[in-house]
Ligand binder design. Structure first.
Ligand code: MN3
Length: 268
């Protein structure tokens, strides 16, 4: 069911899968953030009939938007915290999800709240730059992690590239092996905390591999995320310490290619 039930507290979202993904694809996290601070219903129109059941990995629950509260909430992990062992240990997953991801959600809600106060004349407009930076960092941190959890699956359960995405990988990188080598190098070489991303550039329709520093810096404006790996030390340090390349190598065995294919096709 796609309609939200007001009798159920903590119903996470009213976005259906298509509109949630369209928000990501058309305007990045800004569209979700605008929905949070402005009028509900300002998001792009769903491309599926209203009431159609969401399917796939990225239903409304994936992004934690609570329409009634007008805030984001921390989405549940789509699997148990030990489901990705031995590649990612349960303690790392729990800290990453309940501490780090939760902090991005809190920071995002705080930034949206402060910017609303400024618009209402109840704050210091000279702080717009500060709160805009907070919004960008925490909104990106939140969405990045929402995607990250669902772009992983227990080892052996994530399938392999298929359909349109597999065709595009061959077209744009030459082969899956060439893509993988490039992606792993990008992940290993992020300077400081950040991410490597497989993205679909909406101007050309082509796949690119990019790096982001922190949660958002260097992310190309017209890019839509397809696959991303978190290479902040908090993602791997308990098990891998300084051996980021070992983490990246092992992580490739967790990729949920069905979820990546869903993201790719959502921005066609
Ligand atoms: Mn992280």
């Amino acid at each position: 069911m796609n309609t939200h039930n007001h009798d159920v507290p903590r119903e996470p979202a009213t976005l259906d899968r298509r509109s949630a993904l369209a928000a990501l694809g058309l305007a990045g996290v800004g569209a979700l953030a605008a929905g949070a601070s402005a009028q509900p219903g300002s998001l792009p129109a769903p491309r599926v009939p209203a009431g159609a059941a969401p399917s796939g990995e990225f239903g409304p629950e994936a992004f934690g938007w609570d329409e009634r509260a007008g805030q984001f909430t921390l989405p549940k992990l789509p699997y148990a915290s030990n489901a990705l062992e031995p590649v990612i240990d349960a303690q790392t997953m729990e800290i990453h999800h309940t501490k780090h991801h939760a902090a991005y959600v809190a920071g995002l809600n705080a930034a949206l709240g402060e910017l609303k106060r400024l618009r209402e004349g109840r704050g210091d407009l000279s702080l717009v730059r500060h709160w805009s930076r907070e919004l960008s960092f925490h909104a990106s941190g939140h969405i990045n992690h929402c995607l990250f959890w669902r772009l992983m699956a227990p080892a052996g359960r994530g399938g392999s590239p298929a359909g349109e995405l597999a065709t595009a990988i061959d077209r744009d990188f030459g082969s899956l092996d060439a893509f993988t080598a490039h992606f792993k190098a990008a992940a290993a070489q992020v300077e400081g905390g950040g991410w490597a991303w497989l993205v679909r550039d909406r101007a050309s329709g082509r796949l690119w591999i990019t790096q982001t520093e922190k949660q958002q810096d260097m992310f190309p404006t017209a890019a839509s995320p397809v696959l991303g790996i978190d290479v902040w030390e908090h993602a791997y340090y308990l098990k891998y310490q300084n051996r980021r390349s070992d983490y990246v190598q092992a992580w490739m065995g967790l990729v949920n290619w069905r979820a990546a294919g869903e993201l790719y096709e959502a921005v066609a």
